[in-house]
Design a protein around this ligand. Structure first.
Ligand code: 6PG
Length: 257
């Protein structure tokens, strides 16, 4: 599967160690980004997989080890529900860690859930342009994008076969689908594939077959379409999610982390 020798597959012994590895990678990338560019721009996914590592970010050593004053938080996708709704990716992240950190509110950029989908998508495209520069400069280049995968092989809210999977002009599109099956916004591949670092964080045996399909088989599932020419992709898996990967898979690091 390895698109290039920069991609890595790290297998953690447990969900807890997966969260610790995720938080440590997040910290390292944040510190490096601020050292190089005086800011750290990251796009987060929703769902349950990233929540253990999100919660760690509000605790030491990450609370004081990450340059929050220079960090800008965006979302990879959002369900168009109010922030108070348990399905809200922003609302969940706010509860899990953002509300407990010294990050300026002006640096937290949720996708609007109060507007009709295409207007919310236009709004977020403007939010991205304001932060990264206009489309004349090319699609936004995030320092880090954190992604999950569904058992159907979706990532972000780019579902297999959906037009969003092949959108290359717009940076944000409105879609419907997933679980819950609601209106959503999602960043497109035009943005995701430009990131300097991409981390897929996947746990649970129910995803082992999908992980194998994506990493081993010849597939056009959305996660395989994210192969940044200048960036690096890291797959952070727990043992259950990595269960169907061959031991000798090139680039796999079964560190007992
Ligand atoms: C979303 C997520 C989505 C998620 C996967 C995995 O808003 O639904 O961004 O892409 O990452 O569906 O979700 P779980 O981590 O809950 O399995």
């Amino acid at each position: 599967m390895k698109e290039n020798d920069k991609d890595r597959i790290i297998v953690a012994a447990s969900i807890e160690q997966l969260a610790m590895k995720g938080a440590e990678l997040f910290r390292r990338i944040a510190v490096d980004s601020v050292a190089r560019r005086d800011r750290f721009s990251v796009a987060l996914s929703g769902g349950s997989s990233p929540r253990p590592f999100h919660r760690l970010l509000a605790e030491e050593p990450y609370r004081s080890g990450i340059p929050w004053s220079h960090t800008h938080i965006f979302w990879v996708d959002e369900r168009l529900v109010p922030p108070e709704d348990p399905a809200s990716n922003f609302g969940t992240a706010r509860k899990d860690f953002l509300a407990h950190l010294p990050i300026p509110l002006s640096q937290v950029h949720p996708m609007s859930s109060e507007k009709v989908p295409h207007q919310a998508a236009d709004d977020y495209q403007r939010t991205l342009s304001s932060h990264f520069g206009t489309s004349a400069a090319g699609a936004p280049v995030f320092d880090l994008v954190v992604l999950g995968i569904g058992t159907d092989g979706h990532t972000a809210s780019i579902f297999p076969g959906d037009r969003a999977a092949i959108e290359t002009d717009r940076w944000v599109v409105a879609v419907t689908g997933g679980s819950p099956n609601v209106d959503r916004l999602t960043l497109t591949l035009a943005v995701l594939e430009r990131a300097r670092r991409v981390i897929f964080i996947v746990s649970g045996r129910q995803k082992a077959a999908t992980v194998r399909t994506i990493l081993i088989d010849d597939t056009a599932l959305p996660p395989r379409l994210i192969a940044p020419a200048e960036g690096m992709v890291t797959w952070l898996l727990d043992r259950d999610a990595a269960d169907l990967l061959p031991d000798g898979l090139d680039g796999i690091d079964r560190a007992n982390i």
